[in-house]
Design a protein around this ligand. Structure first.
Ligand code: ATP
Ligand code: MG
Length: 358
């Protein structure tokens, strides 16, 4: 494989994945507890849970690297993360086989404690049978193996399994920390982000740092492509540059509009316009407004979510009116899941808003 090419294609989420637990942002309780484990060179069975893109996988990979170093990593750490690898058969065979291997090799530069780590990522999709099988294996091999179970929803993990682990909750990353991280990445990659674009990124990623980084990378790729396309004489140069390890062109500016385009998010202005026109409309005008929104192919569930936010913050409405509209939004969301017609549902919301603003 061409090494340069492989460097070029690294997703930024991987490139900027924390290498040590100190680099993990905002999860101080987890990091502090794990730092103690690093000191004592021992870790319990662990259960990480929390929303996507908040550092669960990164944290366990970082601590495993800090314990064993890259040389021993492969022989000491087993990572299972494809959902289809989770049948009871894998639990009985793969995990068992790995757990039985000895763990006596040492790397002098790292603590290399005499155990192995089995990471079961995305465990939400693990069947109950497999979880039950895992519970027995955990007990059987707990001397030489530590399990790290990772999931988004702790309720999907059976109690007897959860109670065998030290549980750590990962919190959504707050905007300020996300912004710092994104600004750092942008600076390192030589791209400029408008203040508003950063806000749009926050809005579309909702505390999911992975999502934010992915949107940032896709947007910057789009810009560099556009620049290359618009100046054909520079195209050749850009291709040559690509071969010499330059990912994006320096000084490209990321705008709010581009972020909305790439993330397929609904701009707040669109929802504002929708609500304003509901307030002022007659039923006839309302049909046109809703039809226009449907034609623009924006995600209706996202429009509902943003409408909910705006209605709650609206000072004109009293609490009863707000509650009525919120209830309507929840009904509509549920009907959409059941396959109801988007236009009719949007119109129903429009009518409800119209009535409450009279
Ligand atoms: N707390 C954090 N500190 C620094 N970077 C982070 C953090 N959380 C997420 N990231 C960034 O997002 C990427 C994805 O994070 P990670 O894979 O650890 O998320 P996760 O919590 O395991 O998500 P999922 O539940 O979807 O598997 C990382 O490579 C890193 O770039
Ligand atoms: Mg993960």
């Amino acid at each position: 494989m061409n090494l340069k090419k492989s460097i070029i294609s690294i997703p930024w989420t991987e490139k900027y994945r924390p290498k040590t637990i100190d680099e993990v942002a905002h999860q101080s309780e987890v990091v502090d507890a794990l730092k103690n484990s690093l000191k004592t060179e021992n870790i319990p069975h662990i259960l990480f849970y929390g929303p996507p893109g908040t550092g669960k996988t990164s944290t366990i990979l970082a601590i495993a690297t800090q314990l064993f170093g890259p040389k021993l990593f492969r022989s000491r750490v087993l990572e299972l993360n494809a959902s289809d690898e989770r049948g009871i058969q894998v639990i009985r065979d793969k995990v068992k086989k790995f757990a039985q291997l000895s763990a006596i090799q040492k790397d002098d530069r790292y603590p290399s404690p005499a155990f192995k780590i089995i990471i079961l990522d995305e465990c939400d999709s693990m069947t109950q049978d497999a979880q039950n099988a895992l519970r027995r294996i955990m007990e059987q091999y707990s001397k030489e193996t530590r399990f790290c179970i990772i999931c988004n929803y702790i309720s999907k993990i059976i109690d007897p399994l959860a109670s065998r682990c030290a549980k750590f909750r990962f919190k959504p990353i707050p905007e300020k920390i996300m912004q710092e991280r994104l600004n750092f990445i942008a600076k390192t990659e030589g791209i400029e982000i408008e203040e508003k674009a950063l806000e749009a990124l926050m809005e579309s990623s909702q505390g999911d740092l992975r999502k934010a980084i992915t949107i940032l990378q896709s947007t910057s790729k789009m810009i560099s492509k556009k620049t290359t396309q618009s100046k054909p004489e520079e195209k050749k140069m850009a291709i040559e540059e690509e071969d010499t390890n330059i990912e994006t062109e320096p000084n490209v500016k990321i705008t709010e509009e581009l972020i909305f385009d790439v993330s397929c998010s609904v701009p707040l202005s669109v929802v504002k316009e929708f609500i304003e026109s509901c307030k002022a409309s007659s039923i006839n005008e309302l049909v046109t407004t809703c039809q226009k929104l449907i034609n623009s192919a924006f995600s209706i569930p996202q429009i509902l979510l943003l409408s909910l936010k705006m209605i709650i913050e609206d000072n004109f409405l009293n609490n009863l009116q707000k509650a009525e509209i919120c209830e309507k939004i929840s009904e509509i969301e549920s009907r959409l899941i059941d396959g109801a017609d988007e236009l009719l549902q949007l119109m129903e919301l429009g009518v409800c808003i119209l009535e409450n603003y009279r």
